[in-house]
Design a protein around this ligand. Structure first.
Ligand SMILES: *[C@@H]1O[C@H](CO)[C@@H](O)[C@H](O)[C@H]1NC(C)=O
Ligand SMILES: *[C@@H]1O[C@H](CO)[C@@H](O)[C@H](O)[C@H]1NC(C)=O
Length: 191
């Protein structure tokens, strides 16, 4: 049987690990060795997921995966997922609340997908993508920028995301980056 562990992130701080193994879920993403030993389990024709923070996290991740699949437009799905991630309460209630706030979100279709074999298969595809990360992830959240992960990228993404994006973006810098430059100048002047 093929064996892997999965950590997925959509929005900062959200992660799931899939696995059936001798380590507690809190450790599934703590090292490559443990990750290799932990498993995503196939039960009949569908995949059985276990999530680091429990069943509700699995439901949320599949809802978000289905949203990405169904809308296929980051301008539509990102604000919606951000809303879900920042809304307190049960995940299905948060999903419902957020769906009413955003255009282009079909709640029935998303919930239908999340409970179907399609949602299960999409989540499995996320596991494969996570497993294919180079270098392999050893913790969460595992940030990549244009497909690349380094300690510097990770540090900057966590501490100064706007500046990282402004430095990386090759086109004419938008207004938000001007502000960032000003901030940098001020901090230089103060030193
Ligand atoms: C994605 O959604 C945005 C916001 O609704 C819309 O303006 C844009 O045209 C869409 N992009 C595509 C490729 O459909
Ligand atoms: C979800 O919302 C309903 C209706 O507002 C409420 O009765 C229920 O307790 C909520 N469920 C959870 C788990 O928060």
């Amino acid at each position: 049987m093929k064996v892997w562990v999965l950590c997925i992130f959509f929005v900062a701080g959200t992660s799931i690990c899939l696995g059936i193994c001798r380590f507690p879920p809190s450790l599934w993403c703590s090292s490559t060795e443990i990750a290799e030993e932990c498993q995503e389990k196939k039960d009949g024709s569908s995949w059985e997921f276990k999530c680091q923070h429990g069943e509700e996290e699995c439901i949320g991740n599949i809802i978000e995966t289905c949203t990405i699949y169904l809308t296929r437009n980051i301008s539509v799905y990102f604000p919606f997922i951000h809303c879900i991630e920042t809304t307190k309460g049960h995940i299905e209630n948060a999903t419902q609340k957020c769906a009413s706030k955003f255009k282009g979100i079909d709640l029935d279709k998303i919930m239908g997908c999340s409970k179907s074999s399609l949602g299960n298969e999409l989540e499995h595809q996320m596991a494969l993508l996570t497993e294919a990360l180079q270098p392999p992830h050893t913790y969460v959240p595992w940030v990549t920028l244009n497909g690349v992960h380094t300690d510097d990228i990770q540090d900057m993404a966590e501490n100064d995301l706007v500046n990282l994006i402004c430095q990386t973006y090759q086109g004419p810098k938008p207004a938000g980056c001007q502000k960032e430059e000003n901030n940098l100048m001020h901090s230089c002047l103060r030193i």
